[in-house]
Design a protein around this ligand. Structure first.
Ligand code: PBG
Length: 329
């Protein structure tokens, strides 16, 4: 007796595999994170993120034009703030002439159609490296939400298309949505980091922005009182549902690869677009193993990105975006 059903028929050649393939990666899938610094003609490589750079505004303009030519049409902005401008309340975050606000304008002047999303969180601006205001060892929620809301509004005023709050304070989506509506920014969207876990995979990112929580007395050294416990699943659904109820247009799961069960569950649960952030540590692991000759860089990169999409991601924030486009072309 031979098998009558032979699944291998659908794998027999590259042509049939292409015909029946369920998931593909295209330039439209990507949201490109960009790191911005003060200065002129700066393009500095981030040591723990090989071939990824911080750009001053002049080089940011060049980079964005290049991304646009490559078919990448959405960016997610982060800024590295000089130490002398940091304080507990992240005051610099709402400076209308701050680096983020200038970066938004630079991009919108250079490539008006480029979709600009901005990180809304205090950590790059905080002298303590936290996403909120620190008092007596606590990260204050409501006080932080007030500042984050002002920060988001100032990004909208500078021309941001979408705010991307990555702080995980309670109630910040509702507060931001109401402020945007009150000020007439009806079309400014919110992509909420809804299920953001307290992950060790963010290490290289904190190097990139020099934004890690500091080690001093009475300041928590981790973000576990606001970012989620990675042992939890129901909590991710609850957080995501709540953000949608508060007005989020897009929700996000973060990190990616180790959280694909959560991605699938949320994709099944909600009706809004779901983004996944393939974070700095995921990028660094592939680069490091490839440098050692232990893994095939391009093959592993594509396998991971495809897995993220197969799990249900509609949008992928990834440091690999340009690598992928080069490979596809
Ligand atoms: C800051 C923020 C972080 C990341 C995105 N926004 C770091 C953190 O929460 O400590 C991580 C991104 C990455 O690792 O690539 N709120």
């Amino acid at each position: 007796m031979y098998p009558i059903i032979r699944n291998r028929r659908l794998r027999a050649s590259e042509s049939i595999r292409r015909l029946v393939r369920e998931t593909i990666i295209t330039p439209d899938d990507f949201l490109v994170p960009l790191f911005v610094v003060e200065g002129k003609n700066v393009k500095e490589e981030i040591p723990s993120m090989p071939n990824y750079f911080r750009y001053s505004l002049d080089n940011l303009e060049k980079e964005v034009k290049e991304l646009w030519k490559m078919g990448l049409c959405s960016v997610l902005l982060f800024v590295k703030v000089p130490d002398n401008l940091k304080d507990n309340k992240g005051t610099e975050a709402i400076n209308p002439e701050g680096l983020m606000q200038r970066a938004i304008k630079t991009i919108k002047n250079a490539v008006p159609e480029m979709l600009v999303m901005t990180d809304v969180a205090l950590d790059p601006y905080s002298s303590y490296g936290h996403d909120g205001v620190v008092t007596d060892g606590q990260i204050l929620n409501d006080e932080s939400v007030e500042i984050l809301t002002e920060m988001g509004l100032s990004h909208a005023q500078a021309g941001a298309d979408f705010l991307a709050p990555s702080d995980m304070m309670d109630g910040r989506i509702l507060s931001m949505r109401e402020a945007l509506e009150d000020e007439g920014f009806f079309n400014t969207g919110i992509m909420s980091y809804s299920a953001k876990y307290a992950s060790a995979f963010y290490g290289p990112f904190r190097d990139a922005l020099d934004s890690a929580p500091v080690d001093i007395k009475d300041v928590p050294k981790d973000k576990k009182t606001y970012q989620m416990d990675f042992a939890n699943r129901f909590e991710a659904i609850r957080e995501t549902q709540l953000d949608i109820d508060e007005g989020a247009d897009i929700v996000m799961v973060k990190p990616g690869l180790a959280y694909l069960d959560i991605v699938r569950e949320i994709r099944n649960e909600v009706e809004v677009p779901v983004a996944v952030y393939q974070v700095s540590g995921e990028y660094a692991m592939v680069k490091a193993a490839a440098e050692k000759g232990w893994l095939d860089h391009d093959a592993v990169m594509m396998e991971q990105l495809l897995a993220i999409k197969r799990a249900g991601a509609n949008i992928i924030a990834s440091y690999f975006a340009k690598d992928v486009i080069r490979l596809i072309n």
